[in-house]
Design a protein around this ligand. Sequence first.
Ligand SMILES: [Zn+2]
Ligand SMILES: [Zn+2]
Length: 820
Amino acid sequence: MKTEGTQTFKPSLTIKTWDPKIEPAIFQKWQEQGIYKFSKTSKKPTFSIDTPPPYVNIPVHIGQAYTYVWMDVFARYKRMTGHKVLFPMGLDKNGLPVEVQTEKYFKISMHETPREEFIEKCKRILKESGDQSLDTFKRLGLSCNSWSLEHKVGGRYETDDPEYRRLTQQTFIEFWNNGLIYEDEKTTNYCPVCGTTISDAEVEYEEEETELNYIKFKLQETGQDLIIATTRSELLCSCRTVIFNPDDERYKNLEGKHAIVPIYGNAVKIQSHPYAKPEFGSGLVMICSFGDYSDVRILRELNLDPVYAIDPKGKMNSNAGRYSGLSVKEARKRITEDLKTQGLHVKTEKLVQRRPVCWRSKNPIEFVPMKEIYLKQIEFKDALLCMADRMAFFAPESKQILVDWINSIGIDWVISRRRFYGTEIPLWYCKKCGYTYVPHTGMYYQPWREKPPIDKCPKCGSTEFKGEERTFDTWFDSATSEAYILGCLWNKTFFEKNFPCTLRPQGKEIVRNWLYFTMLKSHLLFNKAPFLNVWINMHVVDEEGRKISKSDPKTWIDPQEDINRFGAEAFRIWSGLEGNITKGDIRYSFERVKGTSKFLTKLWNIARYISSFPQASEGYRLAPLDKMILAKLNGLIRECAVGYEEMNVFAATTAIRTFTWNLFADHYVEAAKSRAYNRDGTFSLELQRGAWFTLHKCLETILKLLAPISPFITEALWLELYSKESIHVQNFPKETPEWKSDFIELLPNFVEFNNTVWRYKKSRGLALSEEIAAPIYALVQLEPLKEDLKAMHKITNLAFGKPKNPEGFDELSEGIFAAK
Ligand SMILES: [Zn+2]
Ligand SMILES: [Zn+2]
């Protein structure tokens, strides 16, 4: 036994440093072993994550890379705490972005290309970009259940898959049969660039500098000039009324009189309305059909018929008279010039205003009348507000985004789109009598190219049908993702047992559509909240706080490039240490990724050092120093569990880093070094083994705690040092009751003592390894650590309490004395 204590120790970990180049091989091994596969038959409770299917036609956004890492951490933690985790990879492929890209790439226009051909071209683009996105997600080390497209629980899914579209159509057919769908001609948001109606949830606001023109109208009754300020002179032809604020003394006498519209010469009524702000422009406002939402609202309220001035292509129509055929911009310019020549233009002011734009194309939207298909939602607002209360939000305050949105909804959901690459609306119309045929569920239908599944019209007997050509709003597809991933199409028993889905993680910018619409559909289909928990993330922005966008090369960062440079683990540990993305935006900096990844080097070095010593599972005795750090390790386990449970990866990662680097490596490992080597036999073999036990127990626990965040490095070290079985199938550490110890109270004094002695040695020009001959006094509480402290700092003469002759000593810091 004696040889065991005095042997020479060499690291069993032969590789000297962490090398990110081995990450892909580790990932490959996970796939071969199938350790993340979803097992329906396992008896463990299910933890299901409705991962946001990223849109595939751009390289993966740095924000997606960051948030997917966090979702992966949630999945890995839940796996280690006894759950079977449903963590599917999905790709969203429907809708406008790919259509726009296809038009650009092939230099064609969708509405002028045969539909079949256009769809084929979209598919070619999607294939390439889809593969690229998957590569990035694999490179990040995500523990998704499967990477291949499979029609089963846990399989990868795509929203343009006929199977996925079958579900979308099925939900529509059920809504139709339940009287929740109707068609109506209303004023809708229309994007001339995308050539389609869009819902309120797809409208964004952009700040724009524009010109506010002061124009002369005439009062019909007296001929006096009325000055009205407007940013949209081109809409003069559609002016339906002029309003002023009821409190505006200047205009009280105008109530009920009439204003003559310049250029067009027609008269419109003047009336008071609280929407007019006395301080804006002249205080008089022209209400057109339609310049903005307020116009829509006010005309509806005053029961005035709109006069539309803009056609669906974004050009002025015949109502605009001589400006007909011009684009909105050209018309505005020309009409302003004409007003100037006629002396009807007073002045121009610059104005910054928020204007509504299409969230996909960023083009200003217009308001046009369109016959579209609607899903009822207004009448369910209260039910959805109650539903919001039944889901837990992380962070809790993000629920307000949803509540505000629900409260603001004023119109039913327009679900039809005039586009090609989307799920078809499954309807046919009888050409003779107009009867609408809705098919049965269970199939995927393409009415624009297929005959209906009936021979003749049940109403008139005609055999001639016209298939519906419109597609669904893509949110109508993605708002059923939670039901799809839980297998509602293929496994009713599993679905019923596991619905609602455990977690929906998603961005704050899609609360009003993805989250809200999923709740709406879930309410109408299942009468249940779709999720137990909702995790809402803010954004990753660039170093200066700017939004990172592919279209702005100044800000664009391709995560794949930085991952190739530093490794996925560096990116992952950075995303854990940078901040809590549910509380605010995260700034991305290449330097910070590089900086935080130093922790990986540190961890490797500690592990390599500890690998020099055997693991003592018996015959050991713990020194007070060991008991102190093990008690603290218990605390770390608790802190990490709380962080992970609250889906706050930042809290867990920070706790692990602080413990591992600032306490364990810098203080404990240094203090236990002499005992672990025990070169001169100062310590008993039992105490030496106590150091070995503690070193390994701490390292092993750190690796497990860190495994969800840094799956590669922890796996590499774990397999090298502790087991042949992956760290990712191990149980998450639990606190050990026997490690509870009052010695934990000594920690701050212990750290302070070390720092003081190190400073003292430095000031005396002593190397850290050199002996201190002068007598040193430490706080009396530290006496239990005496032998380790003496050996650690090579203090020949260490005493506790206060020196008897204080005048012969310097007080280095409170309670620590060194002889003069
Ligand atoms: Zn658009
Ligand atoms: Zn018919």
